[in-house]
Design a binder for this molecule. Structure first.
Ligand SMILES: Nc1ncnc2c1ncn2[C@@H]1O[C@H](COP(=O)(O)OP(=O)(O)O)[C@@H](O)[C@H]1O
Ligand SMILES: [Mg+2]
Length: 451
């Protein structure tokens, strides 16, 4: 139907030329393990990992490792690169080594994680796949040890972000799933009756949560050598990005773009993942606009989107207690709004800590879960503010009536936060349906606070 000057049909638009600013986009995808010549710095950490895995190439069992440090500091990259190379050299020398990785963030239970380890081993060795369901967790472990015993000299198992694999625990005295996994995977070391072995490389952004969560029997068998990774500064981030400039076509990155991305990322957490995501999103925006250069304004535009995703990712990952604290606080912002707007001492979208805590207590009571102290709630909220999930303001009440903390939501609005937390949690979803009660609690407590 379209004449020469009319708008193009959908098919014509789809079939038309495509100009991308990217030449090799894979280089700036988050999960890509890049070649060693693109790794910037980290010599000390690489060296320690190399020296710990090296014995595997000389008929000795490597020690377990714990790579610790904030998100996006190269832990997974360094572990993956050295493990891959160890496998390659092993293959040249007739030593059978497999390297597999399981991420605690994506697994809901010990069973799921152990299934994935067995599954990955079966897949890389071309063995028949065992079913996921109908097989007990302990049989899964047996299967892993059987495969290693029959086919391998060593399995290097990277347990990535292991502290996030807590399982369904809600009470204080339950052992987190990661403690059991570590205990069971170190079995061969205790029994010592296998010729082949497992070497564990555990990574965590939060070594405290991990080590504090181990029960005593696990703590006595898991004695890793620890390797620390620090935040990057803007110079290091610039260099990391420069080594991936060829992800883009020649000349499409405008002046100062890499420096701006690095500076924005260093201002947050010094996280190389954030920097790479930000650079890629800026490129995506330019492609969508059918422009041909990535400029500083595209970085500014991408920043908001990347920050939102980033915060959403953190909200999904934090412990259940932190999630409930956040959920309750967000509910006050949503359902207490008329009072927040009306009372002079309060502000829309800002929740005083004491009212947030009151609703936290109510939510926990509804689900028969453990109610922790106000002190714990304040600490969790402070931690969430360091990830910029919330903003923690200290304000005076006026008339010399002292100070109070209030929480605001700079990136993700309270409704989105509630959605993210409740979506995989049937119990919480049911509790937040009782909007009338939540309104009553939020509003009456806000009024009392303001009076
Ligand atoms: N020193 C580095 N040199 C080059 N790229 C890096 C470096 N550190 C991190 N990266 C990149 O940043 C992203 C996040 O790194 P990753 O190893 O996943 O961090 P972590 O496991 O510590 O959270 C990855 O895309 C990785 O390739
Ligand atoms: Mg990682």
């Amino acid at each position: 139907m379209s004449d020469e000057s009319g708008p193009l049909s959908i098919s014509e638009q789809l079939a038309g030329d495509y100009h991308s600013v990217f030449r090799n986009k894979d280089l700036i995808e988050p999960e890509t393990i890049v070649d060693e010549d693109r790794i910037v710095g980290r010599d000390e950490q690489l060296n320690l990992i190399i020296n710990t895995l090296k014995p595997a190439l000389h008929d000795e069992h490597p020690e377990d490792m714990l790579l610790r440090g904030p998100s996006g500091t190269g832990k997974t990259l360094c572990a993956g690169t050295v493990a891959n190379k160890t496998m390659e050299i092993g293959a040249e020398r007739g030593i059978e080594i497999e390297y597999i990785e399981v991420n605690g963030k994506h697994k809901k239970s010990e069973h799921e994680a152990v299934h994935q380890i067995a599954h990955s081993l079966e897949a890389s060795l071309n063995l028949e796949q065992t079913a996921k369901r109908g097989i007990s967790t302990s049989s899964k472990y047996d299967r892993i040890f059987e495969i290693i015993d029959e086919h391998l000299d060593l399995a290097i198992v990277v347990l990535d972000e292991l502290d996030l694999l807590v399982g369904e625990t809600r009470a204080k005295d339950e052992v987190p799933a990661f403690s059991d996994i570590l205990y069971n995977l170190t079995r061969s070391k205790r029994i010592g009756n296998m010729d082949s072995s497992i070497s564990l490389i555990v990574t965590t952004n939060s070594p405290r949560s991990l080590m504090d969560g181990l029960n005593s029997r696990t703590a006595s068998t898991f004695n890793p050598s620890e390797i620390s990774f620090d935040d990057y500064d803007a110079y290091e981030l610039t260099e990391i990005l420069e080594y991936r400039r060829d992800a883009f076509r020649e000349g499409v990155l405008g002046d100062g773009v890499i420096e701006l991305v690095a500076a924005a990322s260093a201002q947050g957490e010094g996280d190389a993942r954030f920097a790479i995501d930000l650079l890629r999103e800026a490129g995506n925006i330019v492609n969508r606009l059918e422009d041909d250069m990535v400029l500083e304004r595209h970085v500014e535009q991408a920043r908001d989107e990347v920050e939102k995703n980033y915060v959403a990712d953190i909200v999904e990952k934090v412990s259940h207690q932190k999630q409930v604290s956040l959920l309750a606080t967000a509910l006050v912002a949503i359902h207490g709004d008329p009072v927040l707007e009306r009372e002079p001492i309060l502000r829309s979208n800002c929740v005083p800590s004491s009212v947030g805590y009151t609703l936290y207590r109510w939510v926990q009571e509804q689900s028969n879960s453990e109610v922790r102290s106000k002190h714990s709630y304040l600490r969790w909220m402070r931690e969430l503010s360091t990830y910029e999930v919330i903003k923690n303001n200290r304000r005076g009440r006026g008339n010399e009536q002292g100070m109070f903390s209030e929480y605001a939501f700079p990136h993700l609005n309270p409704k989105s936060i509630v959605q993210i937390i409740a979506k995989d949690d049937p119990l919480l979803s049911e509790i937040i349906e009782d909007e009338e009660t939540i309104k009553t609690i939020a509003r009456s407590n806000l009024k009392e606070f303001a009076s």
